[in-house]
Design a protein around this ligand. Structure first.
Ligand code: SAH
Length: 370
């Protein structure tokens, strides 16, 4: 008899429900006990459940993993970010005691490349990572040995200027979805049908949570919102306002609120059903930069702008950097050009990915956004 069957048998005898053996069983048991689950709870549980979360126990990046991110495509990505940070630091008068803070640093590759570039300009900040996965913390330690970790932004140093960087961090934060039904707007929740997870309309009217111009939308319209992203943005902008510094946040997303579900699950570089393999597939949603900009602007900071990743990288000099690296290593020239195209070309990552820049009011405006 397997451990699983034994466990069930013992539980049946004791009259208690069997102890879950997987994230699927854990979520199903919670839905049976408490009713349908909100999407943000499902999302957060799938990614960072302490035992079975997607990021908790694995390194999902690269060709052998589930997906590839910009810093893993080329060192040029992190280097140009380091260059931008060094430039804004120098033109802001080289403030002392600055800290580099990366949100969701993955393998630590971006930080390593950015820190190397900053060092060339005399910028050697203390390094902080906001990271929820213990498996990834181990990988990050190898890339950047001298780092302090945080579970969220609340424990970051309280006084000194902070240089924030995040790539594909905000898209990993939980979202909620509202759907227009014949009974008005309702939250989209996850329910059980036989043993499968399905979307179902929540019981409570949600019309008041939907912007006025969307209230009369057709039945079936879906809107997304991410209180978790909003909270991070609010805190980050507040830190820049109080402490000075700058931020670069890269993600794929829209400039303004769009209708439709952007919830996406990826496994082995392929899209899968977001409800089909909880904890085994990555979950993301597109970021809505308009709302994030408004939240930042509600604090006393400079919103430098939101640019397409491709245009921003070109203004920072990715073409010249590609050429000089190709000249130094001619046998890698084709790979370098392919990596550059992947990051920059509109049909690849150049247009769907955006970057938002922020800085403290006493800091400079930064390059690449005009
Ligand atoms: N920036 C990296 C990784 C992006 S994947 C890159 O570009 O390659 C998302 C990262 O955010 C992972 O490191 C993941 O563990 C982390 N993460 C996701 N949700 C988080 C949360 N709520 N709190 C802290 N870290 C989180």
């Amino acid at each position: 008899m397997s451990a699983h069957d034994r466990n069930r048998r013992l539980a049946d005898r004791a009259g208690a429900p069997p102890r879950p053996m997987s994230l699927r069983e854990h979520i199903a048991a919670r839905i049976r006990a408490e009713g349908p689950m909100r999407l943000d709870h499902y999302f957060g549980t799938c990614l960072l459940h302490p035992q079975w979360g997607y990021y908790t126990g694995r390194d999902p990046f690269g060709t052998t993993g589930d997906f590839t991110t910009a810093p893993e495509i080329s060192q040029m990505f992190g280097e140009l970010i380091g260059l931008w940070l060094a430039d804004i630091w120098i033109s802001s008068g080289r403030p002392e005691n600055v800290h580099y803070v990366e949100l969701g640093p993955g393998r630590g590759t971006l930080a390593k490349d950015a820190l190397r570039a900053m060092k060339r300009y005399g910028l050697q900040p203390a390094v902080h990572f906001v990271e929820g996965s213990s498996a990834l913390r181990e990988v990050q330690q190898k890339a950047v040995p001298d780092v302090r970790w945080h579970n969220d932004l609340s424990t970051l140093p309280p006084d000194d200027p902070l240089l924030f960087v995040g790539n594909e961090f905000l898209d990993a934060l939980p979202i909620r979805q509202m759907a227009k039904t014949p009974n008005g707007w309702r939250e989209r929740e996850i329910a059980l049908q036989d043993d499968a997870f399905i979307f179902a309309a929540g019981g409570r009217p949600m019309d008041a949570a939907v912007p006025e111009e969307w209230r009369g939308a057709e039945d079936g319209t879906i809107l997304e919102t991410s209180p978790a992203q909003a909270a991070v943005m609010y805190e980050l902008a507040g830190r820049l306002s109080d402490q000075g510094g700058a931020a670069l946040l890269f993600d794929y997303g829209h400039a303004a609120l769009h209708a439709g579900s952007t919830l996406q699950a990826v496994k082995d570089h392929r899209k899968v059903d977001p409800l089909a393999m909880p904890g085994s597939a990555d979950l993301t949603a597109l970021v809505e930069f308009g709302t994030l900009a408004r939240i930042a602007q509600s604090r006393d900071v400079r919103w430098i702008g939101t640019a397409e990743q491709g245009a921003w990288l070109r203004r920072l000099g990715i073409d010249a950097r590609t050429q000089s690296l190709a000249k130094a290593a001619p046998h890698h020239a084709d790979d370098l050009r392919a990596a550059r195209d992947r990051l920059v070309e509109p049909g690849q990552m150049g247009a769907l990915f955006k970057v938002m820049g922020l800085s403290g009011l006493h800091w400079d405006g930064g390059a690449g956004f005009d």
